[in-house]
Design a protein around this ligand. Structure first.
Ligand code: 13P
Length: 251
């Protein structure tokens, strides 16, 4: 049985007061949520403050990106060690916005994944096709490439600390959610790719989150699908009550 993993990706939003207030409001709303794992991923500048606000709760802290080195002359970057120092246990790697706007390649993302794991962080590794790729019929090839190159070289034990987030780019921030059937089809395909590369044990244990316009009113039908093991939530995670509504729909 895979424990659902529900994560908030706040993206580049919230100054410290707003971030701390949202975390503080979320805590009591989800205090009774059983059988789920909850993570909030704010911007770097508010990590410590949000970590303090979440202390002692059932909500873990994550970051949205990290680099492949521990320290040194890498202006503007941040290391997994620094994220851990700020209280993080999770990091998101390979979000489509990183791939698209910051030109992060499969090879770089694979390097980031390995270094984050080696440094002791757990990773939500994002994949997903664009609308053009889906409509042009290359969706499966894109997912195959992202899985095979992105997860390359992981060991079976590494997978204890990895979740994959399937986020179709056309569903992110658009209000267009994948139907439960579309999500299930993609998740089953991805699980099959993982099985082919890493074996049945790894594939059956791997949590595959769905991301893309998840809201309190569509979460229940999505999580009902056998291969949907949680969510990575953008817009609807910015308010404590709507993120808590998604968590409640899963519990
Ligand atoms: P939305 O929930 O705003 O569509 O964003 C999804 C996402 O990109 C989470 O990482």
């Amino acid at each position: 049985m895979r424990t659902p993993l529900i994560a908030a990706n706040w993206k580049m939003n919230k100054l410290v007061d707003d971030a701390v207030a949202t975390a503080g409001a979320l805590k009591p709303l989800v205090a009774d949520a059983a059988g789920v794992e909850i993570v909030v991923c704010p911007v770097f500048t508010v990590l410590q403050a949000v970590g303090k606000a979440l202390a002692g709760s059932n909500v873990a802290l994550g970051a949205q990106n990290c680099y492949t080195k521990e320290s040194g002359a890498f202006t503007g970057e941040i290391s997994p060690q620094m994220l851990k120092d700020a209280g993080c246990t999770w990091v998101i790697i390979g979000h489509s916005e990183r791939r698209q706007y910051f030109k992060e390649s499969d090879a770089l993302l694979n390097e980031k994944l390995h270094f984050a794991l080696k440094s002791g962080l757990k990773v939500m590794f994002c994949i997903g096709e664009t609308l053009d790729e889906r409509q042009g019929g290359s969706m499966n090839d894109v997912l195959r490439r992202q899985v095979n190159e992105g997860l390359k070289g992981l060991s079976e034990t590494d997978f204890a600390n990895v979740a994959v987030a399937y986020e179709p780019v056309w569903a992110i921030g658009t209000g267009v959610t994948a139907t439960p059937e579309q999500a299930e089809e993609a998740h089953a395909f991805v699980r099959g790719l993982v099985e082919a590369q890493f074996g049945k044990n790894v594939a059956e244990g791997l949590r595959i989150q769905y991301g893309g316009s998840v809201k309190p009113d569509n979460a229940a039908e999505l999580i009902a699908k056998p291969n949907v093991d949680g969510f990575l939530v953008g817009g609807a995670s910015l308010k404590a009550d709507s993120f808590a509504g998604i968590i409640k729909a899963v519990c």
